[in-house]
Design a protein around this ligand. Structure first.
Ligand SMILES: O=C(O)CCC(=O)C(=O)O
Ligand SMILES: [Fe+2]
Length: 262
């Protein structure tokens, strides 16, 4: 695939959110999924409701990335890192391109709670979806937070659980979040096995569980047709590559972090 180049206006879904369908080809997707499936069990970190791998090195508790090479299948074939750089969305980041990738695996019914990505990263995040779609929600904190102990990191602040925007992330798409979508909003994915999406033309009387998405105009025709027929989109296993630039880096290998004396 050619370099994507600058983003077009139509790809700006809302200020601070860019959506690029078909960011990689089907062959590239297949290759990436194969590499993920072939990776050794030790590379996986199990969480309560999903598992993940960290590529590019571990981040110390103080927020420094102990750099490790990224896998070939993200910077050689396909050269995702250069392709993401070529979107022109990382010009102000210290390394001008992502240096760290979290690869999350979600089985149907799994998701991720609303959260912020935090200050360790330059405030631009590019996420590639493989294997399945999902619906990606952006949330705000409640306006008048009654809790005076709330911190700016978001810990303890009440979240308004009605999403401000929702995007359908198709497989092979890239979504880029930046500016206040990164610094003052949260994002998350509901734990669902299928998503009912309403098309632009739908009436408000349609199923109350149906979701209105903000990037309907940018999605592929076959998915549009499924939505227009009123059929749900069934989730399959999804792998996402969350690509960011960790501001502070070190070339020293990560050491085990102990709390005791040296
Ligand atoms: O899987 C996704 O698309 C989101 C992952 C995410 O938000 C994160 O890793 O911080
Ligand atoms: Fe996140």
């Amino acid at each position: 695939m050619e370099e994507t180049g600058p983003i077009e206006v139509k790809n700006v879904v809302v200020p601070g959110v860019i959506y690029l369908a078909e960011f990689i080809s089907e062959e590239e997707e297949e290759h990436l999924i194969r590499k993920i499936k072939e990776s050794s069990q030790q590379k996986w970190k199990a969480l309560a409701n999903r598992r993940l791998q960290i590529w590019g090195g571990e981040i110390t508790p103080k927020g420094t990335l102990c750099r490790q090479p990224l896998p070939d299948f993200v910077d050689t074939y396909p050269d995702l890192v250069s392709r993401i750089k070529a979107t022109g969305m990382f010009p102000d980041s210290p390394h001008k391109q992502p240096n760290h990738i979290i690869m999350n695996e979600y089985l149907p019914g799994q998701g991720i709670m609303p959260h912020e990505d935090g200050p360790v990263y330059h405030p631009v995040v590019a996420t590639l979806s493989l294997g399945s779609h999902c619906v990606f929600n952006y949330y705000k904190y409640k306006d008048h937070d009654p809790d005076p102990s709330s911190s700016s990191s978001g810990v303890g602040r009440a979240v308004d659980m009605n999403p401000v925007f929702s995007l359908l992330l198709e497989r092979r798409s890239l979504v880029i979040s930046f500016s206040d979508m990164y610094t003052s909003h949260l994002h998350g994915i509901d734990e669902k096995t299928e998503d009912f999406i309403v098309s632009n033309a739908s009436q408000p009387s349609e199923a109350s569980t149906a979701i209105r998405i903000d990037n309907f105009h940018l999605i592929q025709n076959d998915i549009k047709e499924t939505i227009q027929k009123g059929q749900p989109l069934k989730r399959e296993t999804r792998w996402s590559l969350t690509c960011r630039d960790v501001t502070r880096t070190s070339n020293l290998a990560a050491r085990p972090f102990t709390t005791g004396r040296k």
